[in-house]
Design a binder for this molecule. Structure first.
Ligand code: HT7
Ligand code: ZN
Length: 865
C-alpha cells in the first residue's frame, strides 16, 4: 500500500483559479459537468501532465479548450491529461449514483435528499480534480433537479439566481445558481438538495452587516432547532469579541442530515451537520446533548476562519485547523457555562481517549509524518492533544499576548493554505515567545511522564522541587528529546491552607530544579493546576496531601484532581494487590471522608459537585497499570461504589430527594441537580438495588425531561427485574420513529453495567430498528458496547469476535466507520495474556480478509505491528 510522507510535499504543478460545476440532480443518476480553468503554477515543476484525482468515477467526456480530445488517460483512479500550454479550459462530464453511495463520502442520498461530504478526499468521488487542500478555486455552481423532490437547492456562498428551464433541465425541474466569492479548497465544497424547512434568523456583525442565518431540517424537526440557532449566534458574537473574527458572507446556512460519518462539516457558508448536533428539546435531548450542540455548532462556525479563510497546506497539517478550532470551541463553551466544569470534561476526554491512543499502537504526533488513509488521522491526538498544545501557548504567553499572535497568524495567512510551522511562527512573533524547543510537541508522540521530588530544609526554610520528564517510546519513535512543559504550580502552607501565589514552572529539560524559600514546614504541592500541560504526573502523592488539596485548593481543577488521584491510587493498589486488609479499609475511609466533605460543601455548586463524585473511568485506570486486568479493575471500582453507596447511603438518599425537588430549567442550578440526582442513584444501585429500582422507576415515570429519563433508565438497565423491561419498552414506544432517541435506547443497553450486556447487545443487532447503513445507529450499539469494559472484555472473547465481525461486515459498506472500530481491539499488547491472545487473533483474522479497505487495513496492520 502507498505510504504518503510529509517530507514528500511538493507545491502543485497546476492551479485551478475557477471551477464551474453544473449538476443535473437525480437520486440514482446525477450528471456533473465540471469546467476547470487551469494554469501552470510558476512555483511548481514545469511538467506537461495535469493529474486530476478521481475515486470510483469515470469520465463520460473530456474536452480541452473546447475540443474533444484523446490526450487523456486513466492512471489508476486518476485522470491524466497532457497539456502543452500554460492555461487551459478543461470540461469533464461524469455520472454518479448517489443512492448507491453507502460510504457517505462524495455525493450521497440520505432520506430522499442529496448531500455531500468532501473532507478529506470526497470531492474526487464527484468529479476529477486536483483534490488537495492547497489548490484554492472560486466556485460557481448550478444545481438543477425535480422541484417536487428537491424544493430546496443549496451550495456554498451566495445564491445569485434561480428559475426554471424545463427545456434544458426537463419537465418539473427548477434550478439555482450559487457563487462563492472566497477561493477555497475542494474539501470545503458542498451542495444539498431536498425537501427541507428552515428556522431563519439573522445576526448583525461587528461592522454592521446583516447576515441571514438558516438551519434546514426535515419537515417536523424545525421546533427542535432553537438551541442550535442560539448557539450559532452566541458563537458569532464570541468570535468577534475574543478573536476579532467577523463573518464574511451574506448567508450562513446549516443543514442537518441523519446519515453522516462524523459530527459535522464546516463547508464554506453551508455547514452540514449530523442531526445529533442540531436537534434538541427538553423531552428528547439531555443536558449533555445541549452542551454538545453548543460546542459543535461553535466549532464548525469557528472553522470559517481557522480552517476556511486560512486552510491547511496538506493533510499532515490537519491539527493546524482542528487543534486550534477545538481550543476555540473549548474556550467558547467555558465562557458560556462553568469554566472549571468544562475543563474537567475536556481533560476527562483527553485522558480517557487520547492518552490511551498515545500509549498504544496507533500513537502519532499531532502533526503525523506519514499515512496511508487520511481519514484514519481524524483522531483525539490531532484534535484534542492538538488543542492542548496550543493551550500551553496561552499558558506561557497569557491570553492578551496569545491574541496578538493569532491576529498576526490571520493577517499573514488569510487566503492561504498554511502549515503548523506558520502558526507557531506567528505566535512566536506576535506573542513574543521563543517556541524553538516547543516545536517538539508537533514532532513527538507519547504522553510525557513527570516525576516530582520535593526536598525541604527545615533550617533554611528552603524547598527544592526536582522535576524530571520522560517521553515514552512510540511506534517509529524510540528516542525522545525533552519538551517544554508549563506547569502551573502552588505550594500550600499546611497550617493556613493558603499559598503565596501561583507560578508557572517550565520544565524544559530532562531534569530541572526549582527553589522556593520561607517554608518552616514542608508545603503541600499543587502541580499542573488547571491541567496546564497534557502530561501524566507519575509520582504518587501522599493521601493526606490529596485530602488537603481536595479541601483547600483554590484551583477548582486541582481540587477535583486531588479527589481523582485519591481514588486512582487506591484502586490501582487494590488491583495490583498492594492495598489489602487494614490499608484497604483506611483507603476507603479516606475516600468516604472526602466524598462526605464534597457532598456537604455548601460553597460548591451542584454542577461542580456532580463532577467530583464521578469515579475515574475503567479505561483511565487501566492506563495506570502496566498490564490491563479489566475484570479486576471493574470489580475494584464497583466494590468501591457499593461501599460508598452503603456507607453514605443516607447522604445519597437525601441528595436524590433534594435534587428531585428542583423543577426543570436550563439554569446551571437545575442542571447541577439533574446531574447529581442520577449520580446518587449510581451509588445506591450496587448498595441497595431494591431502593435504587424504586427511586429510578419514580424518576423515570415522573420525568419531564430526557436527562432525568435517560439517567433513570441507565440505572434500571444496569439492574435486573421487571422494572427494567417495562421502562425499556415504555421508552421505545414513546420515542418510536425518533432516530436520535432510539439511538440512546440502543446505547443504554449496550453500555450497561448489566452482567448480560453482551447477550443484550447480540440480540439488539437483530432488532428491526438496527440498521448497518446508518452510522449513528451503528455507533449507538457497537461503540457503546466497545466502551463497556465488562462486556467487551468478556473472558470468552465473544466481545472481541463481535466487533471483528462488525468490522468485516461494515467495511465494504462504510470503510471509514468500520476502521474506527479497530482501535478497541488494538490494545492487546497491554492486556493480560488470555485476553491479549484473543484480541490479537481477531486482528489477525481481519488482516487475512483479502478485500479489506485501505482504511481498515491500515488500522489493522498498525495495530498488529
Ligand atoms: N472537519 C470536519 C471533519 C469531517 C470528516 C472527516 C473525515 C470523514 C468525514 C468527515 N466529516 C467531517 C469536522 C470538523 O472537525 O469540524
Ligand atoms: Zn473541526
Amino acid at each position: 500500500p502507498a505510504i504518503i510522507q510529509r517530507k514528500d510535499y511538493r507545491v502543485p504543478e497546476w492551479l485551478v483559479p475557477t471551477i464551474d460545476l453544473d449538476f443535473a440532480l437525480k437520486l440514482d443518476a446525477t450528471r456533473v459537468k465540471s469546467t476547470l480553468r487551469v494554469e501552470r503554477n510558476p512555483h511548481g515543476e514545469q511538467g506537461t501532465t495535469l493529474r486530476l484525482n478521481g475515486d470510483g468515477i469515470t469520465a463520460d467526456s473530456v474536452t480541452v479548450d473546447g475540443q474533444s480530445t484523446n490526450s487523456w488517460r486513466m492512471d489508476g483512479s486518476d485522470l491524466v491529461i497532457e497539456l502543452d500550454g500554460d492555461k487551459h479550459e478543461i470540461v469533464i462530464e461524469t455520472t454518479l449514483d448517489p443512492a448507491a453511495n453507502s460510504q457517505l463520502s462524495g455525493l450521497y442520498a440520505s432520506n430522499g435528499m442529496l448531500c455531500t461530504q468532501c473532507e478529506a478526499e470526497g470531492f474526487r468521488r464527484i468529479t476529477f480534480f486536483p483534490d488537495r487542500p492547497d489548490v484554492l478555486s472560486r466556485y460557481a455552481v448550478r444545481l438543477a433537479g425535480d422541484k417536487a423532490k428537491f424544493p430546496v437547492l443549496l451550495a456554498n456562498g451566495n445564491e445569485v439566481a434561480r428559475g426554471a428551464d424545463p427545456e434544458r433541465d426537463g419537465p418539473g425541474t427548477h434550478w439555482a445558481e450559487w457563487h462563492d466569492p472566497w477561493p477555497k479548497p475542494s474539501y470545503l465544497f458542498a451542495l444539498v438538495a431536498g425537501e427541507l424547512v428552515a428556522n431563519r434568523s439573522s445576526f448583525v456583525t461587528l461592522s454592521g452587516r446583516k447576515v441571514r442565518l438558516a438551519i434546514y431540517v426535515r419537515p417536523g424537526d424545525e421546533a427542535r432547532t432553537g438551541h442550535a440557532m442560539e448557539s450559532l449566534k452566541a458563537a458569532m458574537k464570541w468570535d468577534e469579541d475574543v478573536y476579532g473574527r467577523e463573518y464574511d458572507l451574506d448567508d450562513f446556512n446549516i443543514v442537518a442530515v441523519s446519515d453522516f460519518n462524523a459530527g459535522a462539516m464546516e463547508n464554506k457558508g453551508l455547514n452540514i451537520f449530523n442531526t445529533r448536533y442540531i436537534l434538541a428539546d427538553p423531552d428528547t435531548a439531555t443536558d449533555g446533548d445541549y452542551d454538545a450542540i453548543e460546542g459543535v455548532v461553535a466549532h464548525e462556525y469557528f472553522h470559517n476562519w481557522s480552517g476556511n479563510r486560512v486552510t491547511c497546506r496538506d493533510w499532515f497539517q490537519l491539527s493546524l485547523k482542528e487543534g486550534f478550532t477545538v481550543l476555540r470551541d473549548q474556550q467558547f463553551s467555558a465562557a458560556m457555562g462553568s469554566a472549571p466544569v468544562k475543563r474537567i470534561e475536556d481533560v476527562r476526554v483527553l485522558r480517557g481517549v487520547q492518552f490511551p491512543e498515545d500509549s498504544g499502537p496507533l500513537a502519532h504526533p499531532i502533526r503525523p509524518d506519514s499515512y496511508q488513509e487520511i481519514s484514519n488521522f481524524y483522531t483525539a491526538t490531532v484534535y484534542n492533544k492538538g488543542a492542548e498544545v496550543i493551550r500551553m501557548m496561552t499558558v506561557m504567553a497569557g491570553l492578551d499576548r496569545f491574541r496578538r499572535g493569532t491576529d498576526l497568524y490571520f493577517e499573514r495567512h488569510d487566503g492561504e493554505a498554511a502549515t503548523c510551522e506558520d502558526f507557531v511562527k506567528a505566535i512566536e512573533d506576535g506573542a513574543g515567545l521563543d517556541l524553538k524547543q516547543f516545536r517538539r510537541w508537533y514532532e513527538q508522540a507519547g504522553t510525557p511522564r513527570v516525576e516530582v521530588e520535593m526536598r525541604h530544609d527545615a533550617t533554611s526554610g528552603e524547598v527544592r522541587l526536582i522535576l524530571r520528564q520522560t517521553v515514552p517510546a512510540t511506534p517509529g519513535q524510540p528516542d525522545k528529546a525533552p519538551m517544554p512543559i508549563p506547569l502551573r504550580t502552588a505550594l500550600f502552607d499546611r497550617m493556613s491552607g493558603r499559598h503565596g501565589g501561583e507560578q508557572t514552572l517550565i520544565l524544559d529539560d530532562a531534569t530541572r530544579e526549582f527553589s522556593f524559600t520561607g517554608f518552616a514546614e514542608p508545603p503541600v504541592l499543587s502541580i499542573n493546576r488547571g491541567f496546564s500541560a497534557p502530561v501524566a504526573i507519575a509520582t504518587p502523592t501522599p493521601a493526606e496531601d490529596l485530602l488537603f488539596l481536595a479541601r483547600h485548593d483554590d484551583d477548582p481543577f486541582a481540587r477535583y484532581e486531588a479527589m481523582q488521584q485519591l481514588v486512582v491510587q487506591h484502586l490501582v493498589g487494590v488491583v495490583n494487590g498492594s492495598v489489602t486488609g487494614a490499608a484497604l479499609d483506611q483507603g476507603r475511609a479516606a475516600i468516604g471522608e472526602a466524598f462526605e466533605a464534597i457532598l456537604d460543601d455548601r460553597a460548591l455548586d451542584d454542577l461542580m459537585r456532580g463532577e467530583f463524585v464521578i469515579l475515574p473511568g475503567e479505561t483511565y485506570l487501566a492506563e495506570q497499570l502496566l498490564v490491563n486486568e479489566p475484570a479486576a479493575i471493574h470489580a475494584a471500582r464497583e466494590e468501591l461504589k457499593a461501599w460508598l453507596g452503603i456507607n453514605l447511603g443516607a447522604q445519597f438518599r437525601a441528595l436524590h430527594d433534594r435534587c428531585s425537588a428542583v423543577p426543570y430549567s436550563l439554569s446551571p442550578e437545575a442542571r447541577g441537580s439533574r446531574k447529581l440526582k442520577t449520580q446518587a442513584l449510581v451509588y445506591l444501585a450496587p448498595a441497595d438495588p431494591a431502593e435504587a429500582i424504586r427511586r429510578a422507576k419514580a424518576q423515570f415515570d415522573g420525568a419531564d425531561n430526557m436527562t432525568d429519563r435517560q439517567g433513570a433508565l441507565m440505572v434500571l438497565c444496569g439492574l435486573s427485574g421487571p422494572e427494567r423491561e417495562e421502562a425499556l419498552a415504555a421508552f421505545h414506544d414513546r420515542y418510536a420513529g425518533n432516530a436520535l432517541v432510539i439511538d440512546k435506547w440502543f446505547s443504554l443497553q449496550a453500555g450497561s453495567l448489566n452482567p448480560k450486556a453482551l447477550e443484550h447487545t447480540k440480540a439488539l443487532a437483530d432488532h428491526p430498528d438496527f440498521n448497518l447503513a446508518n452510522p449513528n445507529r451503528v455507533r449507538s450499539l457497537y461503540m457503546a458496547f466497545a466502551a463497556n469494559p465488562q462486556a467487551f472484555h468478556d473472558a470468552s472473547g465473544e466481545g472481541y469476535r463481535m466487533i471483528a465481525d462488525l468490522i468485516e461486515t461494515l467495511d465494504p459498506l462504510n470503510s471509514s466507520t468500520a476502521a474506527r472500530f479497530v482501535t478497541p481491539l488494538g490494545r492487546w499488547k497491554r492486556m493480560e495474556p488470555g485476553r491479549s491472545a484473543l484480541m490479537k487473533a481477531e486482528l489477525e483474522r481481519l488482516a487475512a480478509v483479502p478485500t479489506l479497505s485501505r482504511d481498515t487495513r491500515e488500522q489493522v496492520s498498525r495495530s498488529l505491528d
